[in-house]
Design a binder for this molecule. Structure first.
Ligand code: FES
Ligand code: FES
Length: 235
């Protein structure tokens, strides 16, 4: 047709909903293929799943597409562009809608499932992450608001010196019970201790407000006090 820009092939025979689904599926496949081997090796069961090489052709590992993800998504869905998102010192091309809560981008698109969904209302703190070092509830944080900012999730907390001390204290004091809320609790404690190396009891009470159904509040308080230099005898 004269005078009209040529539509990409994919745009010509798919409706917008299907294009969006295809773009999301490709993004998930790329990131999942990258994380899956890591997951298996962490579970120490990877060898049990090893198959002869000829059963694992290269095209079943779509993470080789990762550098080209942005252009691929733009080709499939011309109006949708990949946004650069910095998570745990890596840069990802994410293609969720700009108003998607960060929690779902982290969990569903990037496969980082350590950050949990609790209430979805900024009440419980299970979804807490650090954004530029500040504790933030990712369930109510739109993706577009974190462009060009640094997101840290529980997966990378031990690469932070303070975060590592928090995890060590959590283990020492045997804080987790079911564990569901604990990634958020660790993030909150890390943010507090990065801001105030020796928080007072009042500081701890003000900062550690995440909910825990298992009632680990005393153990959390003991662990943070321990890091702050107040030994168990004074707790
Ligand atoms: S899930 Fe975000 S605060 Fe509860
Ligand atoms: S440890 Fe179970 S909810 Fe906190």
């Amino acid at each position: 047709m004269h005078g009209q820009p040529m539509q990409p092939l994919a745009a010509s025979f798919m409706c917008s909903a299907h294009k969006s689904q295809l773009a999301t599926a490709i993004t998930k496949a790329v990131y999942w293929s990258e994380y899956k081997p890591l997951l298996f090796s962490q579970l120490k069961v990877r060898r049990a799943f090893l198959k002869p090489y000829f059963l694992k052709p290269y095209f079943l590992k779509p993470y080789f597409l990762k550098p080209y993800l942005g252009p691929i998504i733009s080709f499939i869905e011309p109006g949708r562009t990949a946004m650069k998102l910095q998570v745990n010192d890596a840069i990802f091309d994410v293609t969720s809608d700009p108003d998607t809560p960060l929690l779902w981008v982290i969990r569903d698109e990037l496969g980082l499932t350590g950050t949990k969904f609790g209430c979805g209302l900024a009440q419980c703190g299970a979804c807490s992450v650090l954004i530029d070092g500040q504790i933030t509830r990712s369930c109510v944080t739109p993706l577009e608001s974190v462009a060009s900012r640094k997101v840290t999730t529980i997966e990378a907390i031990e690469s932070d010196e303070v975060g590592k001390r928090v995890v060590t204290a959590w283990i020492k004091h045997q804080v987790p019970q079911c564990g569901y809320c604990q990634s958020g609790q660790v993030m909150a404690a890390t943010a507090l201790l990065k801001e105030t190396a020796k928080p007072s009891e009042a500081d701890i009470a003000a900062a550690m407000i995440n909910l825990c159904r298992c009632g680990t509040y005393n153990a959390i308080k003991a662990a943070v006090n321990d890091i702050a230099g107040r030994g168990e005898a004074q707790l």
